[in-house]
Design a protein around this ligand. Structure first.
Ligand SMILES: NC(=O)c1ccc[n+]([C@@H]2O[C@H](COP(=O)([O-])OP(=O)(O)OC[C@H]3O[C@@H](n4cnc5c(N)ncnc54)[C@H](O)[C@@H]3O)[C@@H](O)[C@H]2O)c1
Length: 422
């Protein structure tokens, strides 16, 4: 029997309108596809249909407005028939570090009643090896249609960097992994219409592994930097200088140490490899453990600095997982603050990007007034612009722990601050 005809793709249904799904839906829409965005969150649907965006990302509002005004993007709570379905739902880990694929399962089940002969389903969510060809394809086959004959499935992992999502979405090379060659071919055709980067076609399991290996590699490199920082501290040396000078070797490239690794991807994805092949992923697991131990180390070093201060107050500068973004998911700041809270240390959080957080957010003046120490956890550009002398005047003690090494050290020292780095 012949395969389902490959007709020109016109309609796309994007499931999940978050950091990945919303920009993807908007980019597809402004490139001429008629896009239905699907999300269970009513507030997301309302804001998208008004041409607004629930997340802060450079250029995204303008793009979503253009997409909605063109009539090519509409958001609703349920999927509808389309030529292509794109799944961009969360794939978090559970407490025990195993993959929680329940969102992918729900999204796939919601597609089943609408699946038609010739459809293509693209999984953009980062997933453990075997998910695309296994769980996802099996659920879609509950439609009664036959995979690789009636419908096609591919994994197209997203590698965008928050803060640069729009340019990376278009410019990054894309890995397209089909459950068979025809699936990969059809998926590549869709991405070629919106991506300027190279389209690299492979199998679904290779695509799954590539995405996971990329993030496990970065996690291991950061863990190495963190270990170097801690070893250097123990040897009374400046870990940043050790790394900077080691990186002058033409074949050494160590990443930056920090208060821990956060975000939606790097602290999560390596566990998918550990879960799939535990006996063979010892280095990857250890890297995760090293990075997860950093918030406690930062908190203990802060407490040690304040050991002689009565009822200390800490001004926390930044809680997003990295600088200049509003994303505080999986942020190491939470681990640091948990320990300060347990030890009864008062703290006041200031962040110019994060709008919602577990702890109250204060303005800069309230945060520094009578503080004994500034603990900088996110390298937001605004922090480096502050006048240290003016900040110091409001504080009880002039100590700053710059875990990102983003403040101009000389200026802060000239203003009488004791500057600590990792
Ligand atoms: N954020 C990033 O920078 C990034 C980068 C690369 C890959 N990824 C991966 O992309 C995937 C999505 O990440 P994200 O950051 O966009 O997540 P997100 O939490 O920002 O957005 C996911 C959206 O999916 C919605 N959703 C949940 N269940 C749904 C369902 N059944 N149907 C439709 N919508 C549903 C949620 O309400 C939410 O709005 C994850 O696998 C993530 O690991 C994220």
């Amino acid at each position: 029997m012949s395969r389902a005809e490959s007709l020109p793709v016109e309609t796309v249904c994007v499931l999940g309108l978050g950091y990945v799904g919303l920009p993807t839906a908007a980019v597809l829409a402004v490139n001429g596809f008629r896009v239905t965005g699907v999300d269970p969150r009513a507030e997301v649907l309302q804001s998208v249909n008004r041409g607004e965006v629930p997340i802060h990302e450079v250029g995204l509002k303008t793009l979503v407005q253009a997409a909605v005004n063109s009539g090519n993007l509409h958001a609703q709570s349920e999927p509808q028939p389309a030529d292509v379905f794109v799944i961009a739902v969360p794939t978090p880990i559970r407490e025990d570090h195993t993959a929680d694929l329940s969102f992918v399962e729900q999204a796939a089940r919601s597609i089943v009643p609408h699946l038609r002969s010739g459809n293509l389903v693209l999984l953009e969510s980062t997933s453990p090896p075997g998910t695309t060809g296994g769980l996802l394809t099996e659920i879609l086959a509950e439609s009664g249609l036959t995979p690789k004959k009636d419908f096609f499935v591919a994994h197209c992992p997203e590698r965008i960097l928050p803060g640069r999502i729009l340019s990376e979405l278009v410019q990054n090379d894309r890995i397209i992994g089909g459950i068979d060659e025809e699936s990969a071919r059809r998926a590549a055709e869709v991405y070629r219409r919106v991506v300027d980067g190279e389209i690299l076609v492979t199998s679904a399991v290779v695509a799954e592994l590539v995405k996971l290996v990329e993030n496990a590699y970065r996690d291991a490199n950061i863990a190495f930097a963190n270990e170097v920082a801690r070893i250097s501290h123990e040897c009374d040396a400046d870990g940043w200088q050790v790394i900077e000078l080691a990186n002058r070797h033409p074949r050494v490239s160590i990443l930056r140490p920090g208060p821990g690794v956060g975000g939606h991807c790097i602290p999560v994805d390596p566990w998918f490899l550990v879960g799939a092949v535990p006996d063979l992923s010892r280095l990857i697991r250890t890297a995760r453990e090293v990075n997860d131990s950093m918030p406690a180390w930062v908190a203990e070093r802060t407490l040690a600095e304040l050991a002689d201060v009565k009822e200390p107050k800490v001004s926390i500068w930044g809680v997003s997982y990295k600088g200049n973004v509003d994303d505080a998911r999986e942020t190491p700041a939470l681990g640091v603050l948990e320990i300060l809270e347990e030890r009864g240390v008062r703290f006041s959080v200031v962040d110019f990007h994060v709008k919602q957080f577990k702890h109250p957010l204060d303005d800069i003046e309230a945060s520094i007034t009578d503080a004994d120490c500034i603990l900088l956890l996110s390298d937001h550009r605004e922090f480096a612009l502050f006048e240290p002398a003016a900040i110091g005047k409001r504080m009880r003690h002039r100590i700053v722990f710059d875990t990102r090494r983003c403040l101009p050290r000389d200026r802060w020292e000239d203003a009488g601050f004791r500057v600590i780095t990792l």
